[in-house]
Write a protein that binds this ligand. Structure first.
Ligand SMILES: Cc1ncc(COP(=O)(O)O)c(C=O)c1O
Length: 420
């Protein structure tokens, strides 16, 4: 594609965009009466205009029916999570029986590790990425300690090589091979939150299984961003949140995936609650737990309906747009952002360094502005651009295909250039 750094080019690209109508389905935050350049959909996605009516429906039914809403509501609350399952499963390349929306991301990670991190004296190590999101690090460390192992011994963090930002896949494979007799689990983010690097989940899963390890992914930055094939890749388990690319609102309900091959194994150790009990007999209130043979078994509690209503509204939009069209636009929009940054670099002494690998990325580009600190980010904010800042020196920008435009990218470039 021959990109041009002009407003006419950006506007024409928006006219040609097959997904252009989707922007109007979202509330775009305003700055001085104009749309902001919102590049933080990788942190908190924007609110679909339909979200309010989805939540209002449940508020109205609560007012109308009280507890009877569990059965009488237009969308009965008792099975409410089921309304999300098919669309969510489609988005992550899973079977419906492998998918459940529940809890929050870190909670799900812990619950899945209860089942899938079963260390023995011989096999107890975990491979993870260095500089994983802190909550993942805390979760992994606490699981290791909980099982009586030492963090320094059990956690193998794969780091980028000296002077590099991305982790080389060959270094992951080498670590797997080197620890093949003691490796219990590989748990990596599908996309690193800091650099935006996308990992080859299929090959990592194969490599882990080859040495007898379990493989799980945190898909916080991958769900709704990349095309995923969790079932076909044979991933053992995965979890993700729904408030980033999935636009379900702050702290909304998270997702969990357990591969079909594990679902019949009712001996899997796990922490249980009544919502994981066989649906047909749950309300007999018997003390014996009868496990469901779907990912719903990992549910403990009844569904947070308001959060799920927001998630439903968002998933409908995703399914309408389709991940094929979204990833196609995402590649173009991100490439345009990269082009604009390179154009600025030509005029500004190459001061912008992109640390996201070109060949392994979704719609996030992480930039180090050499010679500039957080002040640059603050000035972007003052000028109506909302990217996000990660200590010590990274500005993350995510042009999201559902609601960002080529004009957003062009405007970002003009504002950034004026501040350098
Ligand atoms: C990669 C990753 N893991 C874990 C979390 C924590 O999520 P939660 O607060 O929903 O548990 C986040 C939040 O941004 C994240 O990006």
């Amino acid at each position: 594609m021959n990109f041009q750094n002009t407003i006419d080019f950006a506007r024409q690209s928006d006219v040609n965009d097959k997904l252009k109508s989707f922007r109007s389905k979202f509330h775009i935050p305003q700055h001085n009466g104009k749309d902001t350049v919102y590049f933080t959909g990788n942190s908190l996605g924007l609110q679909p205009k339909t979200t309010k009516s989805f939540i209002e429906q449940e508020l109205n039914d609560w007012a109308k029916y009280g507890v009877e809403g569990h059965f009488m509501a237009k969308n009965p609350w008792l099975p409410y999570h089921e309304f999300l399952t098919d669309n969510m499963a489609k988005l992550v390349g899973a079977l419906p029986e492998e998918t459940v929306m529940m809890n929050q991301l870190t909670v799900n990670l812990h619950l899945l590790m209860v089942s899938f991190y079963r260390p023995t004296k011989q096999r107890y190590k975990i491979i993870c990425e260095a500089k994983a999101f802190p909550s993942d690090q805390y979760a992994l460390q606490s699981q290791v300690k909980f099982h009586g192992f030492k963090i320094e011994d059990a956690l193998i963090e794969i780091e980028p090589r000296e002077g590099e930002f991305s982790i080389r896949h060959e270094d992951i494979y080498e670590a797997i091979e080197k620890n093949k007799d003691s490796l219990a689990l590989i748990m990596i983010g599908g996309v690193n939150y800091f650099t935006g690097q996308v990992f080859d989940m299929k090959t990592i899963t194969e490599a882990g299984h080859k040495v007898g390890a379990i493989v799980g992914f945190d898909l916080a930055h991958a769900a709704g961003n990349l095309k995923l094939h969790l079932h076909d890749w044979n991933v053992d388990f995965a979890c993700w949140c729904s408030y980033k690319y999935l636009n379900s609102g702050p702290g909304s309900v998270a997702g969990a995936f357990v591969h079909q091959k594990h679902l019949k194994n009712i001996e899997l150790p796990m922490f249980t609650g009544w919502w994981g009990h066989d649906k047909k007999t749950r309300f007999l209130m018997d003390k014996t737990f009868i496990p469901m043979q779907t990912a719903e078994r990992w549910q403990m509690s009844n569904a947070p309906v308001f959060a799920m209503a927001a998630c439903r509204a968002s998933l409908e939009i995703f399914v309408e747009a389709g991940m094929d069209a979204l990833t196609e636009k995402s590649k173009m929009l991100t490439a345009y952002l990269e082009f604009i940054i390179e154009e600025i670099n030509k005029q500004k002494n190459n001061c912008l360094q992109i640390i996201t690998p070109k060949e392994n990325r979704g719609c996030q580009i992480s930039i180090v502005a050499n010679g500039y600190g957080k002040d640059l980010y603050n000035k972007l904010m003052e000028n109506g651009v909302i990217p996000d800042w990660r200590e010590p020196n990274v500005i993350r920008c995510a042009p999201v295909p559902l609601y960002n435009s080529y004009e957003d990218v062009f405007r970002f470039g003009e504002i950034l250039k004026s501040l350098l």
